[in-house]
Design a protein around this ligand. Structure first.
Ligand SMILES: Cc1cc2nc3c(=O)[nH]c(=O)nc-3n(C[C@H](O)[C@H](O)[C@H](O)COP(=O)(O)O)c2cc1C
Ligand SMILES: C=C(O[C@@H]1CC(C(=O)O)=C[C@@H](OP(=O)(O)O)[C@H]1O)C(=O)O
Length: 363
């Protein structure tokens, strides 16, 4: 079913943007893991809409845990949680006029008109709050093993941030930033431009660059369960993500093998590669170098300008002027979601690898 994902750990998501709650169930997390609720809340707060550069829909986004966590530790059973939807304004939506580039028309046909699509229903970015709760739990477990994840806005429309220089330090810096940009002067320019775009009733997109350090060699599987396959699947489950690439990605096309092969060498008994053009994955398996990938986030489809569309009632061409509260860009709010789903896939792979190592050591 499309509402659940994962092998050794499993995440199920439910709810709608304008229903009473959204929520999730995370199953397969071992007992006895210290899990401060503040840690999860910190990650959720990074996704929260803040100031004029985000949607003005204000949600508390404090999860209620129904099972699985007791006195700050995991209990070993399913971790079930809900987040309330309080600030809902369904009257903003003209449901017979599908919004260009949103899911409205395709979803109307898919569900034969039965789904209440106000607020984008299950297609809304709102559901990603539940991804963050599930993923933050996985992120905490990975950090306990020395694995750290961080993403920054590499590009917002025409503005470019610097790349990762010192992965560990940069990831640490990003964990403290609401607007995750490594070069602080560019960060200011980007946020100012976002305000201008909002005034113009328009929207912009961009590229997130994600890095993961501390991964052991051998996570993942070949063929269908490659790390690239599993990461791509979950990353594309985030609304508005339209591209994922690993390492040099599409830029590989412009180089010779001799220019981009990552040559191996020993450093103090540890195998490394001199470059990391493959972004830490070979054959679908982690190779011990930092995992590096990019995701592209499209410009928010709901813009306040008048746009052409159709009227499903009269079956005529018409125009729509979208009302309501929308993000002029969502990339800064997508960042903790990307980190969360990355943690989910990596923890799943990590738990499998632990089993493989146990078996190897026992024979
Ligand atoms: C955190 C988050 C917030 C979003 N906010 C909006 C929004 O305010 N308005 C909008 O039109 N789309 C928003 N989106 C994107 C839409 O949900 C998405 O474009 C839509 O479901 C169609 O899916 P697709 O773009 O993947 O094809 C948001 C997505 C995320 C992840
Ligand atoms: C509520 C959130 O974002 C929403 C995502 C969204 C969409 O179309 O994806 C559209 C807007 O919904 P509404 O019209 O109900 O205000 C955003 O506010 C959130 O991210 O928590």
């Amino acid at each position: 079913m499309s509402n659940s994902i994962g092998e050794r750990i499993r995440l199920t998501i439910f709810g709608e943007s304008h229903g009473s709650v959204i929520g999730g169930i995370l199953d397969g997390i071992p007992a006895g893991v210290e899990l401060p609720l503040e840690y999860i809340q910190e990650k959720l707060n990074l996704r929260k809409a803040k100031g004029s550069i985000s949607t003005s829909r204000q949600e508390e986004d404090v999860p209620t845990f129904l099972s699985g966590i007791h006195q700050g530790y995991t209990e070993g059973n399913a971790i079930a949680f809900i987040l309330k939807n309080k600030n809902v304004q369904s009257k903003d939506y003209e449901l017979h006029k599908p919004r260009p580039s949103h899911a409205d028309y395709a979803a109307y046909e898919k569900y034969f008109g039965y789904m209440n699509l106000a607020g984008g229903a299950i297609f809304s970015g709102r559901l990603t709050a539940a991804f963050v709760v599930g993923g933050a739990i996985c992120q905490k477990l990975l950090e306990d093993k020395g694995v750290y994840i961080g993403s920054h806005i590499k590009r917002l429309y025409r503005f470019q941030d610097r790349s990762f220089e010192n992965y560990e330090k940069d990831i640490q810096k990003l964990s403290r930033l609401n607007f995750p940009v490594l070069d602080s002067s560019i960060s200011k320019t980007m946020q100012e431009y976002l305000l201008k775009i909002k005034e113009e009733k328009d929207s912009i997109g961009g590229i997130l660059e994600t890095a993961v350090v501390g991964l052991p060699v051998g996570l993942g599987d070949p063929i269908f369960d490659s790390l690239e396959s599993n990461l791509s699947k979950i990353l594309f489950s985030i609304p508005a993500i339209k591209g994922v690439s690993f390492g040099l990605g599409f830029d590989f096309a412009q180089y010779k093998g001799s220019e981009v092969n990552d040559v191996l060498f020993y450093e103090k008994g540890k195998v490394k590669t001199k470059t990391n053009h493959n972004g830490g994955i070979n054959g679908g398996l982690s190779n011990g170098m930092p995992l590096v990938f990019h995701t592209v986030v499209k410009p928010t489809s709901s813009i306040g300008l008048v746009q052409e569309t159709i009227d499903l009632q009269t079956q005529t061409n018409t125009t729509v002027e979208i009302q309501g509260r929308h993000d002029p860009a969502i990339i800064h709010r997508v960042r903790p979601v990307v980190d969360a789903v990355t943690a989910f896939v990596l923890l799943d792979a990590y738990l499998k690898r632990e089993q493989e190592c146990l078996w190897q050591n026992s024979v």
